[in-house]
Design a protein around this ligand. Structure first.
Ligand code: 0T9
Length: 382
């Protein structure tokens, strides 16, 4: 591996071997320092809204078809951030910090140019296996995205295959007082470049966006082939209610640009800057907020002081182990703060039926509307 520092070559080799033998959950494997990221997985849901104006634009569409197109456009435009931003920021894909149970991440994108303010609430709802739940809302536009993420990993042909578990649902308040819902499923990932110590993600197979109006987007992902094809290629087909025929087709590279094949016009273009989420300064954060919780570990990783990083990480992990022991002894269990777990998501079942979602049912985490941005305004006493 060319990107692997000389002193870490053998630990990288044994890490790759353990990846090949441990299937399911890689989060708790110890990786060599050069591949560690100082960012926790609880920060990742912010990728959904780094182009807040595209999210807000969903509310401005006036027909069912246009709303499905706007949702697809926003979704495709998030992929670059979701799947390539660590390469841009950290040099390659890196191993994120493995969130603790109850870890929180709060942020927002301000109201600019009439797009409304967008808020983000994230909670780590399971540690083993890692599951992250999130809620992203732009109340002034009537847009509410609720979702959760988990992964099942395996090793094949020198790459890590990541099956994403979980899904997202987007609820849109309509001008007529009704609601439209979208079920968003997540693509499969392949992590390539492991041998060279410079991992990167390619998306594979399909994902779907099903609207309650019946419009369905089927997105197909392809990477660089042996003979042809470019990295990060997609083709999305939008079909009307009750039909499998494409009404619209969009094609291109999700990390650069794509086209609406009907008009020949640009569909997505993510070459311009994106807006990272705004968060409080660490000093003002709650102890459970990700950047405060991990601050010493993250500093150690950033400074190349891996002794401090690993000592601080052990502190957090020991504290967690003790908590679990105490709960067991007291016969109590950890209570989720912002989400309620339900065994089967009615929206997933209902909308998933349209495209034969597999599995036919999934659990979900319902937001309790008790985040830091949900404070009910105090009504002045009469
Ligand atoms: C949801 C996203 C997800 C989370 C990450 C697979 C992965 C953990 C999950 C799926 C987001 O919306 C999108 C992007 C990146 C995904 C991560 C990439 C990655 O490598 C990790 C896994 C758990 C590893 O850390 C594998 C070991 C590592 C050394 C390879 C770089």
């Amino acid at each position: 591996g060319e990107a692997v520092p000389a002193a870490q070559k053998s630990s990288w080799a044994s890490f790759l071997k353990s990846i090949a033998s441990v299937s399911g959950d890689l989060s708790s494997l110890t990786a060599p320092p050069f591949i560690l990221s100082p960012i926790s997985l609880t920060e990742f849901p912010a990728y959904w809204c780094e182009r807040p104006e595209l999210f807000a634009a969903i509310a401005d569409a006036t027909t069912d078809e246009d709303r499905s197109v706007a949702v697809l456009k926003w979704f495709i435009s998030t992929l670059k951030g979701q799947y390539t931003s660590r390469n841009e920021k950290l040099g390659s894909e890196k191993k994120p910090l493995n969130p603790v149970l109850g870890e929180l991440f709060y942020g927002y994108w301000p109201d600019l140019n009439g797009r409304g303010r967008t808020n983000l609430v994230v909670e780590q709802v399971s540690h083993h296996p890692p599951i992250t739940a999130y809620y992203i809302s732009n109340a002034s536009k009537g847009l509410y995205l609720q979702g959760h993420n988990a992964q099942k990993t395996s090793f094949s042909g020198g790459s890590i295959i990541v099956k994403q578990l979980g899904h997202a649902t987007l609820t849109v308040d309509l001008p007529n007082g009704g609601k439209e819902e979208f079920l968003i499923t997540l693509p499969r990932l392949r992590i390539d470049g492991l041998w060279y110590g410079s991992p990167y993600i390619e998306l594979t197979e399909n994902s779907f966006i099903q609207s309650s109006t019946g419009w369905l987007s089927t997105i197909e992902y392809k990477g660089k082939g042996y003979f042809s094809g470019k990295s990060h290629t997609f083709k999305a087909v939008l079909s009307p209610p009750g039909s499998n025929n494409a009404k619209r087709t969009f094609e291109g590279l999700w990390h650069l640009t794509s086209k609406d094949l009907k008009s020949g016009h640009t569909f997505t273009d993510v070459q311009g800057p994106k807006e990272e989420v705004n968060v409080a300064v660490v000093e003002e954060m709650d102890d459970w907020e990700s950047r405060k919780l991990w601050q010493h570990v993250a500093k150690g990783i950033r400074d190349g002081d891996f002794e401090t990083a690993s000592r601080e990480k052990s502190k957090i992990e020991n504290e967690q182990r003790q908590r679990r022991k105490d709960e067991l002894a007291a016969g109590t269990k950890w209570e989720l703060k912002h989400f309620e777990h339900i065994e089967s998501d009615p929206t997933y079942e209902r909308l998933g039926r349209f495209f034969k979602a597999n599995p036919p049912t999934e659990d979900t985490y319902i937001y309790r509307h008790n985040g830091p941005y949900d404070e009910v305004p105090v009504v002045a006493a009469a």
